[in-house]
Write a protein that binds this ligand. Sequence first.
Ligand code: KG4
Ligand code: ZN
Length: 333
Amino acid sequence: MAIILGIESSCDETSASICINGEIHSNVIATQAIHAKYGGVVPELASRAHQQNIIPTVDEAIRQAKISKNQIDAVSFTRGPGLLGALLVGTSFAKSFALAQNIPLIDINHMQAHILAHFIEEPKPSFPFLCLTVSGGHTQIVLVKDCFEMELLGETLDDAAGEAFDKTAKILNLPYPGGPLIDKYASQGNSNMYKLPEPQIPGLNFSFSGLKTAILYLVQDQLKQNPDFLTENIADLCASVQSRIVSILLNKLKKAAKETGVKDIAIAGGVSANSGLRKGLIEMGQQYRWNVFIPKFEYCTDNAAMIAIAGYHKYLKGDFVGQDVAPMARMHL
Ligand code: KG4
Ligand code: ZN
């Protein structure tokens, strides 16, 4: 019997989850609405909100799992990568909780946890598998050899895929976070309406900054002729942007699958909630006979269930850290 409390606080969601013997029994997420009016996450405000939210969020996760805090065997927390002030709140909470309860402390890499979210429920991929991890801060193609043995095959050279969604959304006058809104409008638009460039980046790396510039020039040009250009064409613009971001991602994933010969292919991270990416991956999987793995929506964006499940797998190995552990804004896989 192993009961793990997982804590996530790397960006703008405060989350706590209880994992009992590898099964998630609660996953409580307090989203910070405060950032919307600033058009992006304000680190200082994020830290303050985590500080306010963390105890009620943990209490609620324990309540929903119908356990008492004295039954918890270990606490796992996001050590990085992320906003340092935000990570400090979760890290300090986890350390204090471990000390007070006299239980082990487990540090988790947030990007590994996004991938390990695939081990929350069936069907689970088998090793080795490829994972395209796409979030607000990262875009990576990872060869996953074992739970904590991951090789980075390619990554973005500039903006992350989530940033590409959010920054283009800003140009299109949509509020933050723009990704889900682009997704919504895209479903009503024609993706062939605007031709956007596909960058020619060697190997398995990505670049999204050219796309952002192309959209900016297109919008500036069109607005000179028609001040209502954005409102009149929002669906076609969103569909064209989404389709280009998805094709950039999937073409590299196809290349990685060909080069490695791996047939189990997963996506993870906030952008894996995108309906165009999910649909595109399923179609590509049918064409190339891949086994594709797409997380449930609740496990795509930031959540503590992925931290708790990763914590459970480290707990089984006895892989713990001491009270001197410090969070890391940058952290490799
Ligand atoms: O993984 P995540 O929750 O946080 C980070 O670790 O960054 O990812 C957040 C990112 C944001 O950029 C957000 O716009 C994007 O995921 N996102 C989406 C969708 N849902 C969230 N992007 C496109 N389509 C969506 N449906
Ligand atoms: Zn994330």
